[in-house]
Design a protein around this ligand. Structure first.
Ligand code: SGN
Length: 461
């Protein structure tokens, strides 16, 4: 898929310019990308969560910018991570699901561009792509294959090293190693990817958090009970997915799993705090552009579901916080629609590197400066391919505009969903098939095909 195009990308890497372009001062910022696994957009207190307290994530928002409409283009671990690293849609980089997790060797990662331009680059934590990113160039590497385990995990320090068992809690161990690396003296700017395991299933708490949330009540989302009624208005593809709370021994109830999910995020928050403290102590805090995001969202009981994959709001929305005082007014928010595709171009622009033309996202730098470009995107393409597979979510693609969402389960039996998000943010009323929706469906369908062509979807007819 797309091989000739990729060769061109490789050449671009060698030829690219490294002149600072950002105009925010001569010094190139350090870059940190924190990524969690399955953290939905409202699973942090600055996004309105009333149960979970995340003071360090909140600090990033208070001292930086909170993007309140950040989405992923394929709500699954490996595809989403490959997109962040390459700035490409899954149908272009080829990691369309968790089965084929290889990013082709001739597609440069954002870290390759940065390293070429004189950055020291480090990867710490969960990548979930094939080979665990050990086939790529890192100045420091501390990572593991696949999902890893929360307790006493096996991790390799160095891309050529053996996996070794470490005693303790995965995200603490990984953070401590990342901090050791951050504290080293260096003359070059650095870029660190610190990618946590939490809050992925099986939501094992750090032992120090065993007692958290004991007396808390987890409210049922308003749509929870509709599933038992047959998910009125929803297509079979949605109702029949194997994601019901109560039908897995390790997900016995909403109460149990949401508390554990939140507790794992408390450990993440503490680890973010430790990194911020280390940056402060070493005088690097304000010289570092810090991104905080997640690979996909998560259902926390909407329609009695857990997991992700679907194009519905709980699954496609993720947090995005960016702290970089030279550019960003503290406490600012942005409501434009931004995508995981945009992170790589943003990092490159901040580093003064021309964004290679094949990248499919847009740099967020103007937004970070507080601008609202007139030509910013007003719609975007979503895709999901892992079927058959865990949780039995059928393949679908769709378009999300600022107001509407159209979803197409395109393999037989074909099914459709259409929502007016302005009037129906919980996606309860599927308008597909209603006579008054016909014109809208035609427009969205046409635009969806256009987006597929524009983004070089090889399956487009
Ligand atoms: C495992 C999980 C699933 C999850 C996938 C993908 N089951 O299979 O619940 O959807 O990973 O998650 S588990 O019992 O093994 O935890 S992803 O984050 O890697 O995409």
């Amino acid at each position: 898929m797309m091989r000739c195009f990729l060769k061109v990308v490789g050449l671009t890497l060698l030829a690219m310019s490294t002149t600072p372009r950002c105009g925010h001062g001569a010094e190139r910022p350090n870059l940190i990308v924190f990524m969690t696994d399955d953290q939905r957009a409202d699973a942090l207190s600055c996004a309105g969560n009333r149960i979970l307290k995340t003071p360090h994530m909140d600090r990033l928002a208070r001292e930086g910018m909170h993007f309140r409409n950040m989405f992923v283009t394929n709500s699954l671990c490996a595809p989403s991570r490959a997109t962040l690293l390459t700035g490409l849609y899954s149908h272009v980089h080829g990691v369309i699901d968790n089965k084929n997790r290889s990013i082709p060797a001739d597609i440069p990662l954002v870290s390759d561009y940065l390293r070429q331009a004189g950055y020291e680059v480090a990867f710490c934590g969960k990548s979930h792509v094939a080979g665990a990113l050990r086939d790529r160039a890192w100045d420091y590497y501390f990572g593991y294959r696949g999902q890893g385990s929360y307790m006493n995990p096996r991790i390799a320090e160095g891309t050529k090293a053996q996996d070794v068992e470490y005693t303790g809690y995965m995200d603490d161990i990984v953070t401590d190693k990342a901090i050791q690396w951050l504290r080293q003296r260096r003359t070059k700017p650095f870029c660190l990817f610190l990618w946590f395991k939490a809050p992925h299933r099986p939501w094992t708490r750090a032992p120090r958090h065993a007692g958290l949330f004991q007396d808390v009540i987890i409210p049922k989302p308003p749509t929870y009970d509709l599933r038992a009624l047959g998910s009125p208005g929803k297509p079979r593809a949605f109702h029949e997915a194997d994601n019901r709370i109560g039908s897995f021994p390790d997900v016995p109830s909403l109460e149990r799993f949401v508390k554990d999910y939140y507790a794992t995020l408390v450990a993440v928050d503490e680890n973010v705090g430790k990194v911020l403290d280390a940056l402060k102590e070493t005088g690097q805090l304000d010289k570092t552009a810090i991104f905080y995001t997640s690979d996909n969202g998560f259902f926390l009981g909407e329609w009695q579901a857990f997991d992700k994959r679907f194009m519905h709001e709980p699954s496609i929305r993720v947090p995005l916080l960016v702290r970089y005082p030279p550019l960003i007014r503290p406490g600012s928010t942005c409501d434009l629609m931004v995508l995981n595709l945009d992170i790589a171009p943003t990092m490159l622009e901040l580093a003064g590197i021309a964004v290679p033309q094949p990248m499919q996202g847009r740099s967020l730098v103007p937004l970070l400066r507080g601008l609202s470009p007139k030509d910013w995107r007003t719609d975007w393409l979503y895709e999901y391919y892992e079927y058959p597979g865990p949780h039995s979510v059928r393949k679908h693609r769709g378009i999300r505009t600022e107001r509407y969402k159209y979803i197409h389960y395109y393999e037989p039996p074909e099914e459709f969903e259409l929502y007016d998000l302005q009037n129906d943010p919980e996606e309860r009323h599927n308008l597909y098939g209603k006579p008054e929706s016909q014109a809208l469906v035609r427009t969205l369908r046409q635009r969806l095909e256009e987006l597929r062509r524009q983004t070089r979807d090889p399956e487009v007819k």
